[in-house]
Design a protein around this ligand. Sequence first.
Ligand code: GN1
Ligand code: MG
Length: 373
Amino acid sequence: MEQKALDPLFIQQSFVLPGEYDTFQSINNGHINTTYRMHFTNADGKAEEYVVQKINTNVFRDPDALMQNIVGVTTHLQKKIAARGGDVLRETLNFLPAKDGKYYVRDDSGDCWRCYRHVGGVYTCNTIESETVFYNAGEAFGAFQNELADYPGETLAETIPNFHNTASRFADFERAVKEDAAGRAASVADEIAFVRAREADTHVLIDLLASGELPVRVTHNDTKLNNILFDEKTNKGICIIDLDTVMPGLALYDFGDSIRFGANTASEDEKDVSKVSLSLPLYEAYTRGYLKSAGTSLTAQEIEYLPFSAKLMTYECGMRFLTDYLNGDTYFKTAYPEHNLVRCHTQFALVRDMEQKMDDMRAVTARAAAEAK
Ligand code: GN1
Ligand code: MG
């Protein structure tokens, strides 16, 4: 897809960005929005940086509701951070209002842009080897959930309806197979069979939600490792980013998605699937960190389903990549024609490995839960 580049002048005219503009660079991290960093120099010679994002309005169709959610959540977090004596400018995102008071601007071609302060002295990771840092990731997402526990969920717009409703994702997948828009269905018969063989799993969590056995919480819903900023000095996960999908959901969605991405021994688009596996030491580290900070607020039922949620979120994501491949790559950004299929393969290889290791994952979870009590 041809991307229109950032126009620095338009951004400067739309937001109040102090200092002298120097340059911008493109940040290639997410599969949905397009991200840049703009560099300025202050009057005193100090560097000042801003992150500017073009919102993908094919995915987020209502940017007003989207930004209302995000600013509501970050304002809530800022109050909590200030109350515990934290650093409001580093421990959550600080969005800048545009000159018209809205938290995004629309350009002449209809594209929507938003801007937040860059957080310095941090790093992000796409894969991880350090159990300590992954423990810190678990702790950070657990703390995020706790700090939003008293946020009024009913005020949050559903930015993407049925986002983690796996049964509804399965229906989308079957529609894509039937329509076969890109003429690829025949070539992915094995992958289609893989998804269908596990259809029963798609109902498990939503049934428990419907029967009231699992509580609705305010969740992040996109808890990829690269959505945490780690402090360069302490290695602690200090700031959770990518707040587009903060919505009422299940704690299990957040836990499962973190494991899917971070406890994989390979990256999400590794072409050699023999490198893909679930690292039990990483699984254990994250679970311990997460349960330490979120544990007391979780129910026994939630803890019981943690290992299953990791498998379900991996399956769901693989199914979404396959669906997009069948649809002709209309949703996720891709760098080459088979990219979504490669991603689907890593996810399915990980599902298979988790199925083998499910008993171990259960044992590790029980141990971590006992430790967190
Ligand atoms: C997308 O935007 P990004 O790259 O953080 C997607 C997630 C998927 C993820 C897979 C809004 O996340 O749901 O799990 O790709 N976000 C949206 O890497 O669909
Ligand atoms: Mg995202």
